[in-house]
Design a protein around this ligand. Structure first.
Ligand SMILES: *[C@@H]1O[C@H](CO)[C@@H](O)[C@H](O)[C@H]1NC(C)=O
Ligand SMILES: *[C@@H]1O[C@H](CO)[C@@H](O)[C@H](O)[C@H]1NC(C)=O
Ligand SMILES: *[C@@H]1O[C@H](CO)[C@@H](O)[C@H](O)[C@H]1NC(C)=O
Length: 203
């Protein structure tokens, strides 16, 4: 009792279904330009949002689930968010689906994913990634696999069965809807998976 809401909030989810791309073809164009663009598309608004999230997650003791879906997040937004993620020791699920991060944006956010010991799933579906983003993700997975192997090895030396559920590192990575990942990206991911006994994923 008495905990401030930001200390006990387990889930934050912000979704935007606004489709600006509808305007790119034919006679829909005029219609879309006449319709109002929601405030969430404004870069000052997303920056304020990410600032607020950073402050919130930095003091949170309970946030397990963060989903920002369909938002256009710029580099400065992602940098802000990543600073927050780095201070957050409770996050289990992170979803940035349908945010057109691109490979550069993914790299920024992954600075917060890489070191997290609590994060189990990430969903970067429809994030406008190419093989370079996939390759970056594969490197992170590989790095975590090495950590896990060392941990399992240490556990077995102590004659205990390793508790896989308590083990740090990603268990599921979702990268749906990326035709540009191509063969190069797919093989980088496949290689990182072949060395990992614990990871599930769909690409
Ligand atoms: C997707 O990424 C490409 C570069 O790889 C960029 O040219 C394009 O504008 C991006 N699309 C969106 C919707 O952000
Ligand atoms: C992440 O881990 C690396 C290596 O352990 C460390 O050098 C780096 O400072 C960490 N980054 C953050 C943001 O904690
Ligand atoms: C990832 O996000 C997409 C788009 O919101 C959703 O359809 C899909 O179910 C999600 N997948 C997982 C494993 O969370």
């Amino acid at each position: 009792m008495g905990a401030a809401p930001e200390h006990s909030l387990p889930l934050i989810c912000i979704l935007s279904f606004f489709q600006s791309r509808l305007g790119e073809t034919g006679c829909d164009r005029n219609k879309v330009y006449r319709s109002r663009v929601p405030a969430i598309r404004n870069k000052d608004v997303t920056l304020q949002l990410c600032k607020a999230l950073k402050c919130c997650v930095s003091v949170s003791g309970a946030l397990r689930n963060l989903e920002l879906n369909g938002l256009v997040l710029r580099e400065s937004d992602l940098t802000m968010l990543t600073k927050g993620l780095n201070k957050l020791a409770t996050l289990v699920h992170l979803c940035l689906a349908n945010c057109p991060l691109g490979d550069g944006g993914l790299e920024i956010i992954c600075q917060g994913v890489k070191n997290s010991t609590t994060l189990k799933t990430v969903n970067f579906s429809g994030c406008n990634l190419t093989w370079q983003g996939a390759d970056h993700m594969a490197k992170i997975l590989k790095c975590q696999t090495t950590g896990r192997h060392e941990e399992t090895w240490a556990e077995s030396l102590r004659s205990r069965r390793p508790d896989l559920d308590c083990m740090a590192g990603l268990r599921r990575t979702t990268l749906n809807g990326h035709t540009l990942i191509g063969d190069l990206g797919a093989s980088a991911l496949a290689e990182s998976l072949s060395e990992d006994l614990w990871l599930g994923g769909s690409y």
